[in-house]
Design a protein around this ligand. Structure first.
Ligand SMILES: [Mg+2]
Length: 473
C-alpha cells in the first residue's frame, strides 16, 4: 500500500505536530504522514493528494484553532473525502463542537488532550484498518455490481436474440404451413405406410380422383394401383421401390365416377439413415391433357381411326413382326365409290357422317389387337390384318364390301346400285418376301383398287401371287 495512503494531522501548535510526528512516524509503514499547521490549506492539501492518487483514510484535527474550529475543518474535508475517518483532538471539550463533527464530518473518535500515546496509535490503527476494510468491501461490491450488470446485459442481449429467433421461427413456421397448404391444394400426393396402407392424401388428389379422404385413408395402395396397371408394370414398380429406388412412369387411374385420368407418377421410398424403408410417397402429375394431345396427333379427329402419320410406322412394324412370326398379312386400300358426287349432292356434313359411319364399321369389324385401321385422307381408308391364306383374305374383303352395301346408305348417284358402296385393292404380304418395299406395297394396293373401280366398283381385287412359295415368281 506504499504511497496510496496518507494520514493527515492538523494542529495550530507546532509542538503538538512535532509530538504527533514522533509518536506516529514509522508506526504505519508505507503510509505518508502529512502535518498541517494552517488549517486554511486543509481542503487544498486533501484535494492535491486525491488528485495524485493518494487516498486520505484518516484525518486527525485539533478543535481550537485560529480561523476555523476543528469541526468545520473536518466537515469540509468530509465533503472531499467522505470515507475518511476523522478524529478530533482538544483540551477543552465542547459538546456543540463534537456534535457538529459527529453530524457533519462522520466523526470516528473524539480524543482529549493530553492523549494517551497507545490509545491514539491504536485508534488511528483501527481507523486505518476500518477504512481499508470498507474500501475493500466497496471495491468488491463494485466488482460484483459490474459483474451483475454485465450478466444482466448479457441476459437482456440473449433474451432479445431469442425473441428475434423466435419471431423468425414463427414466421418460418407460418410460411412452411402456407407452402404445405399450397402443396396440399395443388399437388397430387399420397403417403403409404411400409405395409402399403394409405396414410395421407392431399386435397388435390381427392379433388382429381373424386374420392374423399375417408375413402382413401387405410386403403391398400398396391391393390388399388394393381387395378390401374398391368402385372408386369406392377412387378417392376414393387421391385424398384423394395430396393429403395424411385419408380416413375405413366399410369391410367380411374376416378370415383368411372372416368379415367393419365398421371405421370413418381413413387419414392422414404428411407431412414440405416437404409430401413419407413414407407413410400407417391406424387402424381395429371397428364391427361398431354395424352389427349398426343392421341389427337396420331388419330384422325373425324373417325377416331389412326391417321396417315401413324400409318407408315405401324405398317413397317407389323410387316417386320409378321416376318418374324412367318405370318401373312393383308394390306387393303379402300375408298367410297362416287364420294365426290355424294358430297356435292348431300353436302359436306352428310359426307362427314358417312365417313364416320364407315369408320365405326371398320373399328367394329377389325377389333383384334393385331388389326389396324387407318383413314389416310379424304374418303380413303387402309386396313392391315394377319391372315392364314389368300382364301381368308378374300373372304374378309368380300364380307366388308357386302357389309357396307348392306348399310343401305342412300346414294342418288350410286353406281352400280342406289346405295353407297366401296371398292378395295387387297395386297397380300408374304413373310418370305424379303426385299419388300413399303412404297411398292402401297402402289400395288392402289393399282388393285383402281382395277376394282375400273371393273365396276362395289368390289375388291386381290393380288393373288404373293402367297406362292418363295422363289417361285
Ligand atoms: Mg489548538
Amino acid at each position: 500500500m506504499s504511497g496510496r495512503y496518507a494520514i493527515l494531522c492538523i494542529d495550530d501548535e507546532e509542538t503538538i505536530l512535532e509530538s504527533l510526528s514522533m509518536e506516529l512516524g514509522g508506526r504505519f509503514p508505507g503510509v505518508i504522514l502529512e502535518l498541517l499547521q494552517d488549517n486554511a490549506e486543509a481542503e487544498a492539501l486533501v484535494a492535491g493528494l486525491l488528485a495524485s492518487g493518494i487516498e486520505v483514510p484518516v484525518v486527525v484535527c485539533d478543535y481550537i484553532m485560529p480561523g476555523r474550529r476543528g469541526d468545520a475543518v473536518l466537515a469540509a474535508i468530509h465533503r472531499l473525502a467522505p470515507a475518511a475517518r476523522t478524529v478530533m483532538l482538544t483540551g477543552q471539550s465542547s459538546l456543540e463542537g463534537v456534535t457538529t463533527a459527529i453530524n457533519q464530518a462522520n466523526l470516528y473518535r473524539y480524543i482529549a488532550k493530553p492523549w494517551d500515546k497507545d490509545d491514539l496509535a491504536l485508534t488511528l490503527q483501527g481507523a486505518l484498518e476500518s477504512y481499508i476494510q470498507e474500501a475493500t468491501i466497496q471495491r468488491q461490491n463494485q466488482a460484483l455490481k459490474e459483474l451483475n450488470e454485465g450478466l444482466e446485459r448479457k441476459v437482456a442481449e440473449r433474451t432479445e436474440a431469442l425473441r428475434t429467433a423466435n419471431a423468425e421461427l414463427t414466421e418460418a413456421n407460418r410460411k412452411i404451413g402456407e407452402y404445405l397448404g399450397i402443396i396440399d391444394r395443388q399437388v397430387l400426393i399420397c403417403r403409404i405406410s411400409r405395409a402399403g396402407l394409405v396414410t395421407y392424401v392431399s386435397d388435390a388428389l381427392c379433388r382429381r380422383s373424386g374420392y374423399s379422404r375417408a375413402d382413401l385413408i387405410g386403403l391398400n395402395y398396391w391393390h388399388a394401383l394393381y387395378s390401374a396397371t398391368t402385372e408386369t408394370l406392377m412387378r417392376d414398380i414393387l421391385a424398384r421401390i423394395e430396393r429403395g429406388q424411385e419408380w416413375e412412369g405413366e399410369i391410367l387411374h380411374q376416378c370415383r365416377n368411372g372416368d379415367y385420368y393419365w398421371a405421370h407418377e413418381t413413387i419414392s421410398p422414404d428411407v431412414c439413415e440405416d437404409g430401413t424403408i419407413l414407407g413410400f410417397t407417391s406424387i402424381r402429375q395429371d397428364i391427361t391433357d398431354k395424352k389427349a394431345v398426343e392421341a389427337l396427333s396420331v388419330t384422325d379427329p373425324l373417325t377416331g381411326l389412326a391417321n396417315r402419320r401413324q400409318f407408315q410406322q405401324v405398317l413397317e412394324g407389323e410387316i417386320a413382326r409378321a416376318r418374324r412370326g412367318a405370318r401373312a398379312l393383308a394390306f387393303c386400300l379402300l375408298d367410297v365409290d362416287h364420294f365426290k358426287a355424294y358430297n356435292d349432292h348431300y353436302g359436306h356434313a352428310a359426307g362427314d357422317r358417312v365417313l364416320q359411319q364407315l369408320g365405326r364399321l371398320l373399328t367394329e369389324s377389325f377389333k383384334r389387337g393385331c388389326d389396324f385401321t387407318f383413314r389416310i385422307g379424304g374418303e380413303e381408308f387402309a386396313l392391315l390384318f394377319p391372315v392364314h391364306d389368300a382364301e381368308e383374305a378374300a373372304a374378309t374383303a368380300a364380307a366388308l364390301v357386302t357389309q357396307v352395301e348392306a348399310q343401305a346408305i342412300e346414294h342418288a348417284f350410286g353406281n352400280p346400285g342406289p346405295h353407297l358402296t366401296i371398292s378395295m385393292g387387297v395386297r397380300l404380304i408374304d413373310p418370305a418376301e424379303h426385299a419388300l418395299d413399303m412404297d411398292q406395297v402401297f402402289e400395288e394396293a392402289d393399282r388393285l383398287l383402281y382395277r376394282a373401280k375400273r371393273e365396276g366398283r362395289n368390289r375388291f381385287v386381290m393380288h393373288d401371287g404373293a402367297l406362292r412359295p418363295a422363289g417361285t415368281a
